[in-house]
Design a protein around this ligand. Structure first.
Ligand code: PRP
Ligand code: URA
Length: 211
């Protein structure tokens, strides 16, 4: 099987906003706003293959079969907490999408992902899902989240992140070769504490101002 693509969205607007987010001086409110704005731009890429259905409408001139997104088929699934920031931008683009939540935190000692919450739409197996988390470091969290989605029967999956480490990309694509990944940048590597460098620090803490 050919592995699903890893897409890096190198658009100047995305890179500019990401640089502002990386800056340690950027305050919480601006960090949150920038993440939402980048999500809109990444969302353009990640929704590129959404199914379209034709519907009859009438323009002021004449009837036509017009293309519409089958919005009801989409579910956005943020990994708590930081995935919420990306999910909000996607929902600005596709307001009718359903939302599921998977709560995971990374144990600071073992670096394993610990699940503490999961609430997904009942018809998740029939939906196309975009799982969001800004940081793909070791990829333990993303790999665990995608296993949850597959256990629930979901087969049409994508993963959307802001920043990834090469180690995280390698681990994720080995575990879920069928799942396309979209990111704004792939950084240098992980440091000794498995933080992405140069990175932007702890995404959840910066997004919610908890440290
Ligand atoms: C962060 C981040 C990812 C995870 C990435 O979450 O938002 O979920 O770490 O690391 P990994 O790829 O090595 O698993 P964290 O565990 O800090 O939880 P939080 O979002 O609640 O702050
Ligand atoms: N989680 C984060 O929030 N940032 C990192 O660099 C790694 C994991």
């Amino acid at each position: 099987m050919t592995a699903a693509p890893v897409t890096v969205v190198s658009h100047p607007l995305v890179q500019h906003k990401l640089s502002l987010m990386r800056d340690r001086q950027t305050p919480t409110a601006e960090f949150r706003r920038l993440l939402r704005e980048i999500a809109l731009l990444l969302g353009y890429e990640v929704t590129r293959h959404l199914p379209i259905a034709l519907r009859r409408i009438e323009t002021p001139i004449q009837p036509m079969a017009a293309p519409f997104i089958e919005g009801k088929k989409l579910v956005v699934v943020p990994i708590l907490r930081a995935g919420l920031g990306l999910a909000e931008g996607l929902l600005d683009l596709v307001p009718s999408a359903r939302v599921g939540h998977i709560g995971l935190y990374r144990d600071p000692k073992t670096l394993e992902a610990v699940e503490y919450f999961c609430k997904l739409p009942d018809d998740i197996a029939e939906r196309q899902a975009i799982v969001t988390d800004p940081m793909l470091a070791t990829a333990h969290s993303a790999i665990a989240a995608l296993h949850v989605m597959k256990r629930k029967g979901c087969r049409r999956l994508q993963f959307l992140a802001l920043l990834a480490a090469p180690e995280g990309i390698a681990a994720f694509t080995a575990a879920h070769p069928d799942v396309p990944v979209t990111v704004a940048a792939i950084d240098e590597r992980l440091n000794d504490h498995a933080y992405i460098i140069p990175g932007l620090g702890d995404a959840g803490d910066r997004l919610f101002g908890t440290k």
